[in-house]
Every structure is written in structure tokens, then in C-alpha cells.
Ligand binder design. Structure first.
Ligand code: SF4
Ligand code: SF4
Length: 398
């Protein structure tokens, strides 16, 4: 009798999809120029059919800064996409984001998206309303609230800004999905997942829940230097698009001059087999090629040594004391009181409870307890006055 073999569980297969990323030129935010460039990018990247569907468009609103600061996805990019979705028969277009510092009933007035939604008859969604709690895969059971609009939509389109990011080095269409977690629910995640690598694994888990069907990156005027909020606008004149957001973001890293495989979020996505490619060489470019567009003098965030893989995997299980000790090696936030407008945003968002506004009148200033600081840089992200620097060598007591 032939020996009996127990069938092995099938390994998860990793299908390379040739992940095409369409990169097109778009020199400015003139309405018709943007519409024509976004249309070209959508066609070249094979935008999926949206006929009869409800589509959730997720721009990057960050802290609702004015359009001219180029911190948020430009409203003309969002307008163009809404028009294209309507042309292609989308039943309903929802638009939403929930900046970390904003509470319920937030509307994006300054960044121009409220106007675009009204003019294009798209529905702005309040992500804080009746969120659905879900367990994030690969996060040691972390349960997070997610915008209810995610349930209502048949498809998600991530429409992000091409930017550097102090914690993640680059922020693109995948990191943009963290905004599906409403408002102030976001910053405590940094306390639970304090290192770049552990936080990247959490974001990869969120991506697996909310994987967009299509992605657009606004690189017409990108941000370099101290992103995502206090960097410098940099004209690139590019729009990137693709069905695989991980490939779009890898193209962004390439253009910035990073090796995409050194970006912790990309590493986490690759580890979890959430990419349609295994090496950057497998990403195809039907229009312009990211490898020909590398900006040699792009002001990148200096990369720090990565956490040991094991440490980064189990860091969320560490006690607060051990997490803090681990994070001490990372650059510190420094406060420039001559720029600070005493708005208190950094104090409100700080997950480590390391900040306070002390003193009275003209002496009112930010006090930081570096012993509690987990180096998440949320303070830097929400500061409207560019009063916070991230520096590894210098420390000025605030
Ligand atoms: S001070 Fe800034 S970097 Fe430190 S924990 Fe608070 S928000 Fe994060
Ligand atoms: S440092 Fe920035 S966020 Fe903090 S109080 Fe000053 S201006 Fe506001």
C-alpha cells in the first residue's frame, strides 16, 4: 500500500503583477492641465472600472494647511479625479480624511477641498462618525477604529502628496491610509509602536484592511526637507498613478534618491507579501521611468540605522520603560521658542505626554521631558509655525 501523505497547507503565493506605475508630466496646477495629466495617468495605469460603484477618495489633508503651502494633496488633483470617476459612471464619490489634531465635524476649508467637494457634488465624510472597530492584521491584536466610509465604499482611491516624512522618510499612497483612523486615535499608536519598523508594520496591516484599488501621487509641487508639514516645496512637475500603491510609493522613493528597499514601510509590505512586486526592477513604467527621474539633490530625511528585525517585531510587547530606552537613540525634537505661537497643538497630540505649556504672559513656553519622548515626531507634524526641528546631536532646553 502506498504511504499516506498528509497534504501540507498551501503556502501563500506571491504573485508579481508587473505593477505598472504611470508617471506623467504636469507643470502646474492649472485646472485643465491637471485634468488632462490625471486622465493620461489613469488611462496608462489602467484605472479599474467604477461603473455603478461608490468610491471613497482619500486625499492627504494632514492639518488642513493653506493650499499654497503645498502640504496637502492639491484640490485640483482631487477635482480632476472626481470628474474622471463621474465620467466613468461612479454612482457616488465620497471624499474624506481625519487630521490627527482635528476633532469631529472637521471640514477642510483651508486646503480647498471643501470647495471642490461642493462644486463637484462629492460628499465630504466625517471620519469620526460611527467608526467601525477592526483588528489590524500582524499587529499583536491591535484594535483600531476606522472611518465608516470604508464600509460604505466599494473601492478606495488613495490620492496622496509626494513628501518626505520625518519618521517614515517618505510618505505616499500607503501611509496616507493611516488617516482612515479618526483624529486623535492616531497618535497613541505611536506609543504602542514606537520604532519606525514597528510602526511600519502597523501601517502595513492597515493597508491590508483598506487596500486601495487605485492610487495617485501629487508630485507637481512636492515637499523636500522636514516633511510632512514643515518641509520646502519642490517643483517636480510629476503625477504618479497605479493600481498597486506599494509600487507607486517605491517609484516615489526612487525619484527622491532612496533605495526603496531601505524604506521601513516598503520592507514591511514586502515582508507581508502585500506588494505586487518583489524587486524594484519588477515595477514597470508605461510612461516616464522613475529611474530616469532621480533628483540627485532632493533634500531627503537622513536615514538612521534600522532596529534589529526581532526587536522591531516584538517592540509593541515591551513595557513603556523599555520602549522609551529603545527610542532614545533616535533624534530628538528641538523647540524654537522664537517661532512658537503657543497654539498648544503639539501638547495636545503628544502621545508620550512629554510636552506642556508652562509660564505666563511673555514667558509662556513649551517644556519638554525628553525622558518621556518616544521620538514619534507627531509634534513636528502638527506644528503650524515651523518651530520644531529634529536633530540628533544638538539639544536646546526649551
Ligand atoms: S515630544 Fe514630540 S516626538 Fe516626543 S513624544 Fe511628544 S509628540 Fe512625539
Ligand atoms: S511648538 Fe508649534 S505646535 Fe507647539 S505650541 Fe509652539 S507653535 Fe504650537
Amino acid at each position: 500500500m502506498a504511504p499516506q501523505h498528509t497534504a501540507r497547507p498551501e503556502k501563500k503565493t506571491w504573485i508579481a503583477t508587473n505593477a505598472p506605475v504611470a508617471i506623467v508630466r504636469c507643470d502646474d496646477y492649472d485646472r485643465s492641465t491637471v485634468l488632462s495629466a490625471v486622465r493620461k495617468a489613469c488611462d496608462a495605469a489602467s484605472i479599474p472600472s467604477v461603473d455603478g460603484l461608490t468610491v471613497l477618495v482619500k486625499p492627504n489633508v494632514l492639518s488642513d494647511a493653506k493650499v499654497e503651502l503645498n502640504i496637502t494633496t492639491n484640490p485640483e488633483i482631487v477635482r480632476a479625479l472626481i470628474r474622471i470617476l463621474r465620467e466613468r459612471g461612479a454612482k457616488t464619490v465620497l471624499v474624506g480624511d481625519s487630521p490627527g489634531i482635528q476633532g469631529p465635524s472637521f471640514v477642510p476649508r483651508n486646503c480647498g477641498l471643501q470647495e471642490v467637494c461642493e462644486e463637484e457634488r462629492a460628499e465630504w465624510c466625517d471620519f469620526t462618525k460611527e467608526p467601525d472597530v477592526r483588528t489590524v492584521p500582524g499587529s499583536f491584536g491591535k484594535r483600531l477604529p476606522f472611518a465608516h466610509a470604508l464600509q460604505e465604499a466599494d473601492m478606495v482611491f488613495s490620492v496622496a502628496k509626494f513628501k518626505t516624512h520625518q519618521l517614515m522618510y517618505a510618505t505616499g499612497t500607503v501611509k496616507n491610509l493611516f488617516g482612515l483612523v479618526p483624529g486623535l486615535h492616531k497618535s497613541p499608536c505611536h506609543l504602542a509602536y514606537p520604532s519606525r519598523e514597528s510602526f511600519a508594520r502597523l501601517v502595513a496591516g492597515i493597508y491590508s484592511i483598506a487596500k486601495p484599488s487605485f492610487n495617485i501621487l501629487d508630485g507637481v509641487i512636492a515637499m523636500e526637507g522636514a516633511g510632512p508639514a514643515n518641509g520646502t516645496p519642490r517643483h517636480l512637475g510629476l503625477i504618479l498613478a497605479g493600481c498597486d500603491g506599494t509600487a507607486v510609493d517605491a517609484a516615489q522613493s526612487t525619484i527622491m534618491g532612496y533605495d526603496p528597499l531601505t524604506i521601513p514601510l516598503t520592507q514591511a509590505l514586502l515582508d507581508r507579501k502585500l506588494t505586487g512586486w518583489r524587486t524594484p526592477q519588477e515595477i514597470s513604467y508605461p510612461m516616464l521611468d522613475a529611474n530616469d527621474l532621480v533628483v540627485e539633490d532632493y533634500k531627503r530625511i537622513e536615514q538612521q540605522p534600522s532596529s534589529h528585525l526581532f526587536t522591531s517585531l516584538v517592540l509593541p510587547l515591551f513595557t513603556r520603560v523599555l520602549k522609551l530606552r529603545h527610542q532614545k537613540k533616535q533624534p530628538e525634537p528641538l523647540f524654537d521658542m522664537s517661532r512658537c505661537i503657543r497654539c498648544g497643538r503639539c501638547v495636545r497630540i503628544c502621545p508620550g505626554k512629554a510636552l506642556s505649556l508652562v509660564g505666563d504672559g511673555n514667558d509662556r513656553r513649551i517644556s519638554i521631558d525628553y525622558g518621556r519622548c518616544i521620538r514619534c515626531y507627531c509634534c513636528h507634524e502638527v506644528c503650524p509655525a515651523d518651530a520644531i526641528r529634529i536633530n540628533s546631536t544638538e539639544r536646546t532646553e526649551a
